[in-house]
Structures are given as C-alpha cells and as structure tokens.
Design a binder for this molecule. Structure first.
Ligand SMILES: [Zn+2]
Length: 218
C-alpha cells in the first residue's frame, strides 16, 4: 500500500467523496440496505428468495451466516451478505481482481459496487464504487453496455485504475458476469451453452460471461 503525504491524501479523499456523491445521487432509490446482527450458522433467508453473498453459505435451500456480523440485503439484486462488525478497511489497488455488483448501466459506462477483493477475506469498508467504460467491457466491440450487463449482475473484474477514481475491465475469458438474475422475474439465470436461461420463466438472456459463471459462493 502506497503512503501519501497528508495533503495529497486529503485531496484524494475529496475527489473520491465528490465522485461517490455524484454516483449515489444518480443511483438514489435503486439500492436499499437493511442491517441485522447474526451469529454463524444463523438462518438468514431461503435460496429461493435471496442469493448467498459474502459471509454466507447455502445449506439445503437455506442461506446461513458463516461469520458474526451484520446482515445486509440488497433489495434490488437480492444478494444477502454478512459484514463483519469490526473490520480493517481494505484498500482497492490497481491490478487487484474484484467481485462486484452492477448498480447501473448507462450509455457508455457500467457502475459497479465493489463487494470484495479476491483473495482477501477482510471486507471493504463502506461503499466502493467503480466504473467499467464501454471499451473495457469485452475484447469484442460493444456498442451498448445493456447488451452485456444488467443491474444486479455479479461480476469478476480487474482494477485498471485506482486514482482519481476506480476503473475496471472485464476483457478476457476469466472476467465478466459470474451470477445474473432474470430481468423479468429476478430468478438466478443458468448458463446453457453460451446463453443464460431462466428456469422459472424461460427467458433467455445475453451477458459478457466469465468462465467462472455459476461457481463460488456468490
Ligand atoms: Zn425469469
């Protein structure tokens, strides 16, 4: 981790705060978070209504806490996580591989909330907002980000820039969506060949998919 003189650090923080504020104003009303303290093993939800995220595990149709912490539910994506109450902040650096959740898809960028730095069990402190520019979505040419990502997608991405804001890339087969929900009924999509299919309503969807789609506890 780099260390900055206090003044540089303050400027860095200011820029980060302004950036975050802009994003959260635009994203206002999309994401709601609910907090509740639980012990490991505690049943939090069923896998039919929620998606197991960080700090949880699936057990016979139930989602349980794998550690002590606060339950956080993203009502939009239905991802439930357990966040440690006392956590040392983890800084996101260029070159890190992250797991994030798509919060917004716009004309030329995709806005992602970073949930976790891969290989680092500690949680990130507070919200970490990053963007994927349209040219960084895929090795193929992408005209409209909406053909590749939708709100609530869980993506694996590489951090290409950490200052003045966080930028990500999902170019390459390891990167892209690892879990997506049906846009019609919000049921998790299954990968069938190269297409994602909803087993509940039959809807078929396209994403920039990672080769790790459907693997892992997210
Ligand atoms: Zn569906």
């Amino acid at each position: 981790m780099k260390s900055f003189p206090p003044k540089v650090l303050a400027n860095n923080l200011n820029i980060a705060l302004i950036f975050q504020k802009t994003i959260s104003t635009i994203g206002c009303g999309i994401k709601t978070v609910k907090k509740k303290l639980v012990l490991p093993g505690k049943e939090i939800a069923s896998t039919e209504e929620m998606i197991a995220g960080e700090g949880t595990f699936e057990d016979k149709g139930k989602i349980r806490a794998s550690r002590i912490g606060e339950v956080r539910v993203d009502k939009n994506s239905k991802v439930v996580t357990v966040q440690p109450v006392t956590s040392t902040p983890v800084r996101v650096n260029r070159g890190d591989i992250i797991i994030g959740e798509v919060r917004e898809v716009r004309n030329s960028i995709v806005v992602v909330d970073i949930l976790q730095v891969e290989g680092n069990k500690r949680s990130l402190y507070g919200d970490k907002t990053a963007v994927i520019r349209v040219a960084e979505i895929s090795e193929r040419y992408v005209r409209d980000p909406l053909t590749e990502y939708r709100i609530g997608d869980i993506v694996r991405a590489k951090v290409t820039q950490d200052y003045p804001n966080l930028q990500l890339s999902t170019k390459g087969s390891e990167f892209g969506a690892i879990k997506s929900l049906c846009v019609k009924c919000r049921y998790p999509l299954k990968l069938k060949g190269k297409i994602l299919e909803c087993e509940r309503c039959g809807n078929k969807e396209n994403r920039k998919i990672s080769k790790y789609y459907g693997q892992g506890n997210v």
